[in-house]
Ligand binder design. Structure first.
Ligand SMILES: *[C@@H]1O[C@H](CO)[C@@H](O)[C@H](O)[C@H]1NC(C)=O
Ligand SMILES: *[C@@H]1O[C@H](CO)[C@@H](O)[C@H](O)[C@H]1NC(C)=O
Ligand SMILES: *[C@@H]1O[C@H](CO)[C@@H](O)[C@H](O)[C@H]1NC(C)=O
Ligand SMILES: *[C@@H]1O[C@H](CO)[C@@H](O)[C@H](O)[C@H]1NC(C)=O
Length: 501
């Protein structure tokens, strides 16, 4: 990996295991959260259904906090921030943490006070904060015999002794890791109470106290206080909040790649209307949907038949806000890129940072390059325009000797494969920006619509059944280009090994 490009590709080992489980084990092993009853057919007993419904009712009656508005900042430009962050409060008294929002992982973790090598400053425009369990009156340790821990390990831990901590460890493919132990404390969030109006609300959640980071997670460029996993596993913040009756298992983001920041809200979006949603492939650890075809400038890209044919469900596209760019299966990448450049045979291409294909181009890219469409099940289409999938690099940012500004392609080949040798597509901020993307975990579906992320959306207030406007945020961040350094995150968690110490 080029030293100047930061790509957090998570370790393959755990991924293979997870994927294998997800693919070969039917039903409940991996992520039974919402699809426990779907596809289980006749095996589901009536009492299980009743229990499920009773829990649901309790949850609704518990007085949900309805909509939560997360303050968002950052942008998806690799030479500026390359990531989106949200500000959350943790502990009592509550302290602010700037965490990267990541739909490709589950756990929330933050740098902890006793951390041996956490970053001490960030060039993203905010001061880093360490979480100190000792200075929070509501903090408690999660021990290995507690339910959160045993359910994370899917059973009772043989080595568990009284007062032993529940440790976590997450590895990323560039070699960086975070490890520590789980704690339980208050989280403070903004609850929507009116049009463009919020009041602070709090709940109790379990999150990782990062005691040791390695690799890029310990370095300053692009350093964050932690990562807020928005995955669908029980351990994720949204699952925890929803099981405590605080929120619905539904959220949406609108990432503004033009001006930065945007909207990230938990709750039911009533405006804009997302007409069609596409089903999530069940029992997979990420938000994965089935790609039916890819069009470049109206031309269908030939896909190897086994890629999307016979085992179509194994070849989904992962929707991941924690990834800056978009990664295509290698079999698709070559023919795809040929079509992207079809009308531009004379381009002088340079490879920058060993990773990015860039070229000089003086015209309007939207006139010179084709529109890309990914077609999913249920007539859901994801459109990426040239000005979105090509990003501009200023000559001053480059250390490559280029005198002029260049355009670079955000499409990358993805060499990661699942256990059966299947290829994967990962759709990150490059194609998710400037759209309202809706994740309906309860109904196991995802959808989007092109949208102006500088404007506002409307969320349903569960109590009053009214709809309230939530506007865009732009936390001050991305304090200008990071000279000579491109940040392309790849935050898909592929290995989440939870180790008991
Ligand atoms: C959390 O909310 C409770 C009541 O809703 C309040 O008493 C407490 O002070 C809040 N905690 C923090 C850290 O804001
Ligand atoms: C997730 O939570 C649900 C409801 O609380 C529970 O029934 C299920 O067993 C949990 N799943 C795992 C893998 O722990
Ligand atoms: C967001 O902040 C950035 C950096 O401070 C600034 O350049 C941009 O114009 C802001 N966007 C909006 C919508 O205010
Ligand atoms: C997007 O919305 C903002 C705020 O409402 C508005 O100022 C801006 O003109 C809109 N942009 C476009 C392209 O419509």
């Amino acid at each position: 990996m080029a030293a100047t490009a930061r790509t957090r590709v998570a370790l393959l080992v755990g991924f293979v295991v997870l994927f294998a489980l997800a693919l070969n084990v039917s039903g409940n092993m991996v992520f039974p959260v919402s699809h426990k009853f779907k596809g289980a057919g006749k095996q589901v007993s009536l009492s299980a259904w009743k229990e499920h419904d009773a829990r649901r009712h309790q949850r609704l009656l518990a007085g949900s906090d309805s909509a939560i508005d997360l303050q968002l900042g950052g942008n998806g430009h690799p030479s500026e921030a390359g990531l989106y962050i949200a500000k959350i409060g943790l502990g009592s008294p509550s302290k602010d943490f700037h965490v990267q929002v990541d739909t490709g992982s589950d756990v929330l973790w933050v740098n902890c006070a006793e951390c041996s090598n956490c970053p001490t400053k960030s060039n993203l425009g905010f001061k880093l904060t360490m979480y100190d369990p000792k200075s929070s009156s509501t903090s408690s340790k999660v021990t290995c015999d507690q339910e959160f821990c045993t359910s994370s390990f899917k059973g009772k831990l043989p080595d568990c002794k009284a007062d032993m901590l529940c440790n976590y460890s997450i590895s990323y493919g560039d070699g960086s890791t975070t490890a520590g132990y789980y704690v339980k404390d208050n989280i403070q969030l903004d609850k929507v109470t009116g049009n463009h109006q919020t009041t602070s609300t709090n709940g109790t959640i379990v999150f990782g106290c990062g005691a040791k980071q390695s690799g890029n997670l310990g370095k300053s460029p692009g350093a964050v206080d932690g990562i807020l996993g928005f995955g669908q596993a029980n351990a994720s913040v949204i699952s925890q909040l929803s099981s405590s009756g605080k929120v619905k298992k539904e959220f949406a983001h609108c990432l503004d790649n033009v001006k930065g920041g945007g909207i990230w809200a938990i709750g039911e979006v009533v405006e804009p209307k997302v007409k069609n949603t596409t089903p999530l492939i069940p029992n997979l650890p990420h938000y994965t949907v089935t790609v039916k075809s890819i069009e470049v400038g109206g031309d269908v890209v030939d896909l190897p038949t086994d890629l999307f044919g016979l085992f179509e469900d194994r070849n989904g596209a992962v929707i991941d806000s924690g990834t800056t760019l978009a990664y295509l299966a290698p079999e698709v990448y070559e023919p795809f890129m040929q079509k992207i450049y079809a009308r531009q045979s004379g381009l002088k291409k340079h490879i920058i940072d060993k990773q990015f294909t860039c070229f000089e181009y003086s015209g309007n890219v939207d006139d010179g390059f084709p529109v890309v469409k990914f077609n999913f099940k249920n007539s859901v289409v994801l459109t990426a325009y040239p000005h979105e999938y090509l990003f501009r690099l200023k000559a001053s940012v480059l250390d490559s000797g280029t005198k002029d500004d260049v355009w670079c392609s955000g499409w990358q080949p993805n060499s990661m494969k699942s256990k059966g040798g299947k290829s994967m597509t990962i759709l990150g901020d490059l194609v998710l920006s400037n759209k309202l993307v809706l994740y309906d975990i309860e109904n196991q579906a995802i959808g989007w619509t092109d949208y102006n992320c500088t404007s506002s959306i409307k969320l349903k207030d569960e109590k009053s059944a009214q709809a309230f406007s939530v506007g865009a945020h732009n936390l001050s961040s991305a304090s200008g280009p990071i000279i000579g350094r491109l940040l392309a995150f790849f935050l898909l968690v592929i290995s989440m090994l939870q180790i008991l110490a």
